[in-house]
Write a protein that binds this ligand. Sequence first.
Ligand code: IPD
Ligand code: CA
Ligand code: CA
Length: 286
Amino acid sequence: MAEPINVHYSASGKSFTAVAINTAAKAGEWIKSKLGAYTSLNQKTSPGDLVTEIDKGSEKLIKNLIMTHFPEHSFLGEEGVEPGPLASAQALENVKDADYLWIVDPIDGTTNFVHGFPFFSVSIALAFKGEVIVGVVYDPSRDELFVAEKGKGAYLRGKPIHVSPEPVLAESLFATGFPIDPVTALPTNMRGLTAVLPKVRNIRNGGSAALHLAYVAAGRLSGFWEINLNAWDLAAGSLLVQEAGGKVTDTAGQPYHLGVRNVAATNGHVHQEFIDVLKEADAVGL
Ligand code: IPD
Ligand code: CA
Ligand code: CA
């Protein structure tokens, strides 16, 4: 795919990707060292929407490192934004046209982190004029760091990764997430679950959207969808999937952009079949 005009992957000799990788690795190691050792647990909007001092500490560490290297860049991190979808959408709106914008989820999978369930990640993306050009997702539990650069492929441990080859839903393994909003998003997701489950091999919910996307990129999942996510859940993982040869759209099949909240990411082969199932079940959520 052609690179956007005037996009750079480094400044003053410092590679954006190298900084993203180093930062994700440092934050991830720190988070792992704090597993089971958080001291402050707070609810944001509900008992299913949690934050610890480790989420905040991780974001501070990430922001400090990135801003030290690139002080002129913009930064959007989950813990710097008020809880709830409206505040998230507004925060994105305020910065989305910045030349260089770092989009960060300091712990994706806080519920897992709190319960000691080893499936959580650090997600760091860099967008240039609204288009993601670098995406890194790090899973400290397995020491797996997934990296993508726009137009240059997706990698795990230095080796290229590719989406899975399943040609039809019947041979597919999918993942989803259960949204916390019980009024709109959860019922929509449950309609989707009921419709999709009989059509696929099975469905998982690991509890980290960013890591689910990395797993689609690595060919470990055929697809992933979820209703009502935020830019920081999706930015890095969406580039991983695309660079690994997959397809990322909203749940209606429209192209991915930073404002997408209802996401569908697949190996590409099963994408249309999957979107059709969601549409037929009134589970698109748009
Ligand atoms: C959550 C995780 C989870 C998804 C939720 C997200 P957080 O992010 O990605 O898998 O189901 O919708 O909010 O709050 O742990 O950063
Ligand atoms: Ca998240
Ligand atoms: Ca988070």
